[in-house]
Structure formats: structure tokens, C-alpha cells
Design a protein around this ligand. Sequence first.
Ligand code: ARG
Length: 236
Amino acid sequence: SVTGGGDDDSEIVAGTAPGFPPFEMNEGGELVGFDIDLLEAVVEETDYTLADDWEEFEFESLIPALENDNIDVIAAAMTIDPEREETIAFSDPYYEANQSVLVREDEDVDWETIEDLEGVTVGAQSGTTGEAVVEDELIEAGLIDDGDYNTYDNYVLGVEDLENGNVDAIVLDVPVAETFANDRAVEVAFTYETGEEYGFGLRQDEEELQSALNEGLATVQEDGRYEELVDEWFGN
Ligand code: ARG
């Protein structure tokens, strides 16, 4: 049974990493976003209750926090990937994404592929699949030097660095890049197909919680609430 949730065995504590719009944002101390609403709707369908207070971490600290029982579920637009599945489990997928390259709007770059990033400075959030693209497809491939790669604790800091001209490109998930592009002086240069799927992260021994969340997710997808949340957070 869930151990991290306090006295009541069926209360679960969620953790996220804000600064990833529109999935999770901290707006004046209040945590909001698609993931927040979706997990709340899903848990409502189960016998579990979700603790009102979510825990906030840097993205790369979420899996350790889960393993240490500080939280019971991760809702952080986290891609289900085989490396992560060595240590944690995931719910069924709830959102699809690829990677993209974000640049300054006024720069008029004509970059279309990863190869076009040769010699530029790039940034990504530590511990993300965006970082993996930088490391595997750019640094490993010899297109950019280690020293031309900046890591950020969150993508808001990365996008600010981009706007200020401290870095030329930020690699991040498409839906988040598009959200930044709507609000700030940045635009998506091109997308890079990775075929990622987001899932809620769980400890591997929480099979009951996993089935409950999967059933809750299926219900929310079937009864139209999932679509409502998509409209609310992604519709313009
Ligand atoms: N989907 C990417 C990954 O799993 C990025 C997630 C970043 N999430 C966040 N809340 N900052 O690596």
C-alpha cells in the first residue's frame, strides 16, 4: 500500500516540476496546469484521495523523491522511457509529444534539421528528454561542443536566456515550446520527431495504485472530461 501519504493509507501525495506551461506552472504561489487538473480528475475516479498540497521539485529530483516516499505519484509531463522504467513504473500514456527547437523570433533563422544547429549554443532542462537530444544528437554527434550546452533547472530560465541572447536555441517538448511561442518573443524553428508519451510516474511496487489510475484515466478519457481539459489548457 501507499506509504508516503501520511496517516490515511489511501491518501496519495503528488509531485511536479512547475515551469512547464501549460502542463504545470506556479502562478503567484498557486500550482496550476493541465497535469494538475488531469491528475485530480483521475484520482477522483478512484478510491484514493489526493492530498491538497502538491510537492514541487526540480524535474531531475522527481524520481528520487518518489523512490524516497516523499511523494507517491509524479505528474510532470514525464515521458515514459525505458531508462526511467528501470527504476519506476508509469500509468498508461495520457499525452503525446515530440521535441522542438525554440529560437528568438527576430532572428529569422532557417534551421530545419538537427544538423543545422552545428556550432550554435543550445540549452535544455536537466534530466529531460530534451537534454537527451542535445547530448546524443548534438554533442555525441560532434555538432556542438560540451561547452556550448547550457543546462537549466527549468525551461522558464532557459527561455529567458534565449530571449537575452545568452543561448541560441532551446530544445524542449513541442506543446511547451508552442506555449512559450504564444507568450514570448520566441518561435519554434523546427520539430524533431521523438514519439514521446507522457505518463504518471509511480513506484514499481504500487500495482494497485497503478491499476486504479489507469482505470480512472480511461474513465476521464471516455466521459469527455479529458477533452474538456485539453480545450481549456491548449485551445486558444
Ligand atoms: N517530457 C520531457 C521528459 O520527460 C520533459 C518533461 C519536463 N517536465 C517538467 N515538468 N519540467 O523528460
